[in-house]
Ligand binder design. Structure first.
Ligand code: GLV
Length: 317
């Protein structure tokens, strides 16, 4: 039986399935291992089932035991793994696309709504019991009849578009390339990020974290936005320059910001905790039982396919 090191505690059903198929080492206490611990713990294993919280950069990969042949990441994003360094070391990397599209798109809508309708301030006022209904109490921004710019029109971006249309939004997007008209489904393509930002009244960040997208939302690009834009980020913290975002919120470029992902999670930029027009969640994008089960199942299937001599369905490198 192949030996698999599972870095984080999974749902019991998923762990049981893994135990049937592999000789697994689990993480009953759900400790988050540091890179050196991952290197040490995975010695003598054939594969790793990793999570979004495991930073597996080029240096870590270079020090991993030569016995490791696959890292099955239990996430759609794989910015936590240097896939090029892995390829050079002949390590296959897989992700878990599709299964978390709906859950994450739902959270993205929650972020846009939570931010635009002042959910956080509302909760604070309700908690303090010092509120009364009044004509101008906590007035937010309505999504209907607004232009939604989607940065990154992959599976999740398109699922956000579908939902946003039900809110009566007009969909615009920027992507590396224009989609087929079937996938576009009426959305308007902008071949530059600037073009998209200039048009957006709401902005949905759905691009993966890659070296090209790191801090793509920065002082300069935030400067392309109109005043009072609402932004939601259910993708990755890495794509945003937090200091520039804080400044844009303070100077009124950004009306409100909803986010589920952070630079250096679980740390959160201290200003985000002070500003009232921030709606934040602790990385809940894929957090439904159904989706988490599916993600671990999909990672398990990738391991199974790999060790039975096939190309895993979700190989990314
Ligand atoms: C979650 O953040 C994922 O990338 O799957």
């Amino acid at each position: 039986m192949k030996k698999i090191f599972v870095t984080r505690k999974l749902l019991k059903e998923n762990e049981d399935k893994l135990k049937e198929l592999f000789d697994v080492t689990l993480n009953a206490n759900d400790k988050i291992y540091k890179p050196e611990e991952i290197i040490e713990q995975s010695k003598g294993f054939d594969g790793i089932l990793s999570s979004v919280t495991d930073p597996i950069n080029a240096d870590t990969i270079s020090k991993l035991s030569d016995s490791i042949k696959i890292i099955a990441n239990g996430a759609v994003g794989f910015g936590n793994i240097d896939i090029k360094a892995a390829r050079e070391k002949n390590i296959t990397v897989t992700n878990t696309p599709d299964v978390l599209t709906d859950a994450t798109a739902d959270i993205q809508i929650l972020l846009l709504l939570g931010a635009s309708r002042k959910a956080y301030e509302g909760r604070l006022a309700a908690e303090k019991q010092d509120w009364k209904w009044s004509w101008d109490f906590l007035l937010g921004k309505q999504m209907s009849n607004k232009r939604l710019g989607i940065l990154g029109m992959g599976r999740i971006g398109r699922a956000v578009a579908k939902r946003a249309k039900a809110f009566g939004m007009e969909i615009h997007y920027h992507n590396r390339s224009k989609l087929s008209s079937e996938l576009e489904d009426g959305a308007i393509y902008h071949n530059t990020l600037k073009g998209l930002f200039e048009q957006s009244e709401f902005l949905s960040v759905n691009c993966p974290a890659t070296p090209e997208t790191t801090k793509i939302i920065n002082k300069e690009t935030l400067g392309y936005l109109k005043k009072n834009t609402v932004i939601g980020n259910a993708a990755r913290g890495d794509v945003v320059d937090d200091d520039a975002m804080v400044e844009a919120i303070k100077n009124g470029t950004v009306f409100a910001y909803g986010l589920d992902v952070y630079n250096g999670e679980p740390k959160i930029h201290p200003e985000y905790l002070k500003l009232k027009n921030i709606f934040l969640l602790p990385h809940l994008g894929s957090a439904t039982k159904r989706t988490r089960w599916d993600m671990a199942y999909r990672a398990t299937r990738n391991l199974e396919q790999f060790f039975s001599g096939n190309k895993p369905q979700d190989q990314v490198n």
